[in-house]
Write a protein that binds this ligand. Structure first.
Ligand code: ZN
Length: 242
């Protein structure tokens, strides 16, 4: 098992690690990492693994039964190497802002319309949501985007913590995608946007809704009788963020 440092501190940008194994020269497992592996609708992190003067670019990260594997762009790393991990923070921070924004938007949409989220995919350019909703109207979606943007101006903390499974499952609305949590998972990681949303989730999030900035509606599609799809993106055009 790789120790996943991003679960405890999503703002960590650099860490030391020891190479546990290297497969085919380019799939590197470390004892601990700050690189998020693709999953739960959130794409993988990129960055660098540095061994002395040698630099290896991380091009993909995946989680294989708890072993987080970093695909690097060239061979040269060996078991036992002590390395430094450097995160591509610009990419990650956009994904963190998008991920927290997605929880807020989904929560408003589900609470307001009774829609059920059936899938989602975060991206650097746009974030996609699939949901079930009988009466479909683009203006409704724009209303919830606007409501989300109002919340992003408020000083609302986002907390991440663990709860025993039994305790967590008593919280109404916690499991929005139940199949993501197999029965052998004993503790669930909770992401709580205080007063807005609470969800079991393994992704990386900002600490405060103010950090999201703004989101904008891109487009919506009908994907069948009750299946809908909506795209939004971060809107960094007019805000200066400090
Ligand atoms: Zn999430």
């Amino acid at each position: 098992m790789t120790r996943a440092l991003y679960l405890d501190d999503s703002y960590l940008k650099e860490c030391d690690a020891t190479v546990v194994s290297v497969t085919q020269g380019k799939y590197v497992v470390l004892d601990q990492t700050l690189f998020y592996p693709t999953g739960g609708g959130q794409p993988w992190d990129t960055g660098k693994i540095v061994n002395g003067r040698e630099v290896y670019n991380v091009v993909y990260v995946g989680n294989f039964s708890g072993a987080i594997s970093h695909e690097v762009d060239r061979s040269g790393l060996s078991e036992g190497d002590v390395v430094v991990c450097l995160l591509n923070w610009d990419r990650r921070y956009k994904l963190m802002r998008s991920h927290t924004a997605a929880h807020v938007f989904a929560s408003l949409l589900c609470d307001g319309t009774g829609a059920l989220i059936t899938g989602n995919q975060l991206g650097l350019e746009r974030t996609r949501f699939d949901f079930n909703l009988e009466n479909f109207d683009r203006s409704i979606l724009k209303t919830y985007i606007a409501k989300a943007n109002e919340l992003f101006q408020e000083d609302i903390p986002v907390k991440c913590y663990e709860l025993p499974r039994e305790e967590a499952l008593k919280i109404p609305g916690l499991i929005k995608m139940a199949k993501a949590f197999p029965p052998n998972v004993r503790t669930l990681r909770i992401v709580e946007i205080v007063g807005v949303d609470i969800e079991a989730d393994g992704g990386t999030h900002v600490h405060n809704l103010r950090e999201v900035g703004r989101i904008q509606f891109l487009k919506a599609q009908n994907k069948g009788k009750h299946n809908r799809r909506v795209y939004f993106s971060l809107d960094d055009s007019s805000v200066s963020r400090g």
